[in-house]
Write a protein that binds this ligand. Sequence first.
Ligand SMILES: [Zn+2]
Length: 267
Amino acid sequence: MRLYLDNFLKLLIILWLVFFLFLIYEIFDYIKFNYYLKSLKNKPCKCKKYFENSGYYYKIPNELKEILEFKIKRFLNEKKFIPKYMEINEEIKCLTAFYACIPTIAYKNFCYPSLKYIYIYPHTIIKKHINQNGIIKKEMLISGESIGESVIIAWDEAKRDIFHYQKRNVIIHEFAHELDFEEGIVDGIPVFALNDYEHFKKIFNEAFEKAIKDRIIDNYAYTNKAEFFAVTTEYFFLKPKTLKIHYHELYKEYVKIFKFDPLKEKL
Ligand SMILES: [Zn+2]
């Protein structure tokens, strides 16, 4: 009996020791992470000169500009840019980070946790669908793609969207898909809607059904629910009036989940 108790005590001490070490590790990790965020905050944002040319930056309220700059510094520090068949410079990285962070502007500490790589191509990419026998079934031209840990951007398309300030923006589009991906299933429901999932899903599905009949916004929105979310997110940030007029309830939900009202901010 005595031996049994001794062994039990030893096991208890070892378990406490493991728990204690784990706790120390977690605390150390937390301090390290906070120190990293603080050091980033004090670093100047080298990207500002590039946003100013995009025409969008000055319409963002001052208090959010500061958060946005911090988020961009973090994005550039944590995500790896991979150029494909081209050279990429600071301007390309800064503008990509800028538009990637726009949909998450109100979430200071959100930095696309699943995302690791951003592939930049010079032109639209030919995507081949190959069947089981290795035969090309279909070829599609794409300007971007989002597959969880990586995002692909065709720079000629992104540049046109940025400098001509149209209703579409391939960077916002692909990063809206990332928000959808972060929620777990690619179904048009973004991670920011998880707190009120059922309600958001109901309004979103109703808007999608209405959109299929109306055919008011860009045709690509009707491909499926994931594309509807990505395209309407572009409208929300770039053409908010159009979205609000035609899909008022959805607009209200987007204000809630993005914690931002582009019309109030006069974007
Ligand atoms: Zn898409």
